[in-house]
Ligand binder design. Structure first.
Ligand SMILES: *Cc1c(COP(=O)(O)O)cnc(C)c1O
Length: 245
């Protein structure tokens, strides 16, 4: 059951989630905490009215501090901010690791299977785990998640600041709901969007094309993207604007 949606405005904002019509018999409330296609992120968690909060944090995991006690279950594919594709991290409240599941739930899809086996029920993706460990050490050596959040906010501010001042490019999302990881924007036309993406690619800025389902342009500036990379992109876009207006 969808209890809140921003489909009316192309998912360019997050709905007010302070007083949702959550059914009494709901087992949990699910959010996608950072949505990469439209570039929205929850900066305040929804009021779940006592229900368990379940969050897909794939695209903002380790980008900022997180009070895990507010969630029943967090999962994240590691491939955005943590390590090579092929592994997910799950943080689950112990009382939700249940035995009393319907019989049809396969062994592998039971969290208890993995919890009881110390996540070694099958041979895990050792290479990805090794790389994730390197990333954790690097985060800890560089001020942890507080410092990471500050770097990410600064990075995003450079790009959003430019987009908000630009008379050519427009950021797609309402200010208070913007993602610090994925920044979608548009130029004055679809044709121009394609032109910008192609020129950017030629100048060394790859993957600026928006998601295929929405078009436009999108800069993904995950943890690994340094501020200098964002500044270089802004310089490019500034120059492009000057040459095309
Ligand atoms: C990236 C992402 C996924 C996983 O998508 P892949 O295509 O496997 O990379 C799932 N949920 C969210 C929120 C994501 O950002």
């Amino acid at each position: 059951k969808i209890v809140a949606s921003s489909a009316d405005k192309n998912f360019s904002y997050l709905p007010d989630c302070s007083d949702l019509g959550i059914p009494d018999n709901a087992d949990y409330v699910y959010i996608c905490e950072n949505e990469t296609i439209n570039g929205t992120a929850y900066h305040t968690l929804p009021n779940t009215k006592g229900k368990v909060l379940v969050a897909d944090q794939s695209s903002l995991f380790l980008s900022r501090p997180c009070d895990v006690s507010k969630y029943g279950l967090i999962w994240a594919g590691v491939q955005k901010n943590v390590g090579p594709a092929g592994m997910s991290i799950v943080i689950i409240r112990e009382d939700l690791i249940r035995e009393d599941l319907p019989e049809f739930v396969p062994t592998y899809l039971r969290y208890k299977t993995h919890a009881d086996a110390d996540s070694l029920y099958n041979t895990p993706n050792c290479w990805s785990i090794y790389c994730c460990g390197k990333v954790f050490q690097n985060l800890l050596a560089n001020g942890g998640l507080e410092a990471m959040a500050q770097r990410n906010e600064e990075k995003a501010a450079v790009l959003y600041g430019f987009l908000d001042r630009s008379k050519f490019f427009t950021a797609a999302v309402r200010k208070e709901d913007r993602s610090y990881m994925n920044v979608p924007f548009v130029s004055p036309s679809k044709e121009q969007d394609a032109e910008v993406a192609a020129s950017a690619k030629a100048a060394g800025f790859d993957n600026l094309k928006g998601h295929k389902s929405v078009g436009g342009l999108r800069a993904s500036i995950y943890n690994a993207m340094p501020k200098e990379g964002v500044e270089a992109l802004v310089d490019f876009l500034k120059k492009y604007e000057a040459e095309h207006t």
